[in-house]
Design a binder for this molecule. Structure first.
Ligand code: GDP
Ligand code: IMO
Ligand code: MG
Length: 427
């Protein structure tokens, strides 16, 4: 079972980091394929909390080789801060491999991210401000900087100058900002050239060779289905393809080499930033989910918007990503509710729909239709097998499975590495 993708099925922060970590030592390669340090993947090992932003969370498994694929956008300062931070905590990432084709987030991308959000006012996306959108824009506009360019100073100089030509006009004339000097950026980026040089590889070749040898390659998704630029709640999305297809384009591994797609779904729903969220709660119940679930952003610290499980949200994600399994996280947080509402469809202008709305206009007026499932009062954090769970809790899981249309193979019952109920083997 060598090619495995882990993908978020909601709006991010489902617990992908924890789920990846739970797959453990049987993985040979852990690969990030999209996004950048807008991600925040939390892993708790022996009461120690690690939050990975750019490196895959699987880096903590110790035995696996770390790869950053071509689909990722890299902030070099964050990369080295993360590597050095891990080293001071005793985890030396042996020899991370970085695709020569991955794009570089330059300081001007961050500046543009922030000023465009401020300029948008009420129409802002609520981005993480990490320069993600502007870096992907440059990639698509064919004026981006790639990792390989760091190894050719003249080429880098040419590209930075070309990219800044238009941006400086925008910054000065539209946003009333100071011009950015190209040479300063070039010097800053070149400062990382010698350190990165030994790690730059043809990652597509490395990964295909590994798969040929029967190695287990884990593609760790960041963000989630509903934040995908094509399949998400556009325009309130990120600027990349976190969905399973992005693992192929973002690494150079063909779809025939993927054996398993594990969708990660939280037992309720959260979202950070702006955009539609049909089951969002604005009352004490929402506050209770946020407090008990510790729902504060791992990257920006923003309080996460909270709501009930929305089955059509996860069903469409499981379908589009071709999920073979679902890993349901944070089920322990739902202990202690008398009844647990689950959204099974929507009322759209008086019409009932059981599927996620097709258009932004329909989504804006979709009112959730709830089914109320009986809750359980027991603390389930020590459960390690499905049979350990209270009957109402098992019924909750089975009902979600039915609504999603995909088997639930693993359940998270706490943040720690071992707090997992495994129903089917995942590797
Ligand atoms: P990611 O971005 O998908 O990796 O998720 P985040 O790390 O941003 O957010 C998930 C949060 O939930 C983290 O604080 C995890 O430590 C925590 N977590 C993950 N799985 C579980 C679980 O099963 N139960 C509990 N209580 N917490 C969990
Ligand atoms: P992980 O991998 C939750 C959201 C931002 C914003 C939108 C666009 O931890 O699940 P961007 O900075 O990407 O241009 O912001 O996407 N967003 C996330 N929300 N988890 C994430 O990552 C996210 N990465 C981006 O809040 O709404
Ligand atoms: Mg996160």
């Amino acid at each position: 079972m060598p090619g495995i993708i882990v993908v978020g099925t909601q709006w991010g922060d489902e617990g992908k980091g924890k789920a990846v970590d739970a797959l453990g030592e049987s993985v040979d390669y852990v690969v990030r394929y999209s996004g950048g340090n807008n991600a925040g993947h939390t892993v708790v090992v022996n009461d120690q909390k690690f939050i990975m932003h750019l490196l895959p969370a699987g880096v903590l498994s110790k035995t696996a080789t770390t790869v950053i694929g071509n689909g990722v956008v890299i902030d070099l300062e964050v990369l080295y801060h993360e590597l050095d931070g891990l080293a001071t905590r005793g985890t030396v990432v042996d020899h991370p491999l970085i695709s020569a084709n991955a794009h570089i987030i330059a300081p001007y991308h961050q500046t543009l991210d922030k000023v465009t959000e401020r300029f948008a006012g009420k129409k802002r996306i609520g981005t993480t401000g990490r320069g993600i959108g502007p870096t992907y824009s440059d990639k698509i506009n064919r004026i981006g900087l790639r990792v390989a360019d760091l190894l050719d100073a003249d080429l880098l100089r040419e590209k930075v100058a070309a990219s800044l030509e238009q941006k400086n006009q925008l910054l000065v004339k539209l946003y009333n900002r100071r011009e950015i000097e190209a040479e300063q950026i070039v010097e800053q980026l070149l400062g990382y050239a010698e350190r990165i040089r030994p790690h730059v590889v043809d990652a597509a070749r490395v990964l295909n060779d590994a798969l040929d040898e029967g190695k287990v390659v884990l593609f760790e998704g960041a963000q989630a289905h509903h934040l995908d630029i094509d399949h998400g709640t556009y325009p309130y999305v990120t600027s990349s393809n976190p969905t399973a297809g992005g693992a192929c384009t973002g690494t150079g591994v063909g779809p025939t080499r993927i054996d398993r797609v594990i969708g990660i779904a939280k037992a309720y729903t959260t979202r950070v930033g702006e955009g539609p969220f049909p089951t969002e709660l604005f009352d004490a119940d929402g506050e209770r989910l946020r407090t008990e679930g510790g729902e504060y952003g791992a990257t920006t610290g923003r309080p996460r918007r909270c709501g009930w499980f929305d089955a059509p949200v996860v069903e469409v994600a499981a379908t589009v990503n071709g999920c073979t399994d679902i890993f349901l996280t944070k089920l322990d947080i739902l202990s202690g509710w008398e009844k647990i509402p689950v959204c099974v469809g929507y009322d759209i202008n008086g019409e009932r729909s059981e599927v996620f709305p097709m258009t932004q206009s329909q989504l804006a007026i979709a009112t959730p239709v709830y089914e109320y499932l009986p809750g359980w009062s027991e603390d389930i954090s020590a459960a390690r097998s499905f049979a350990d769970l209270p009957v109402n809790c098992r019924d909750y899981v089975k009902r979600l499975e039915e609504l999603i249309g995909c088997r639930i193979s693993g359940i998270g019952v706490g943040p720690a590495r071992d707090q997992v109920v495994l129903i089917n083997d995942l590797v």
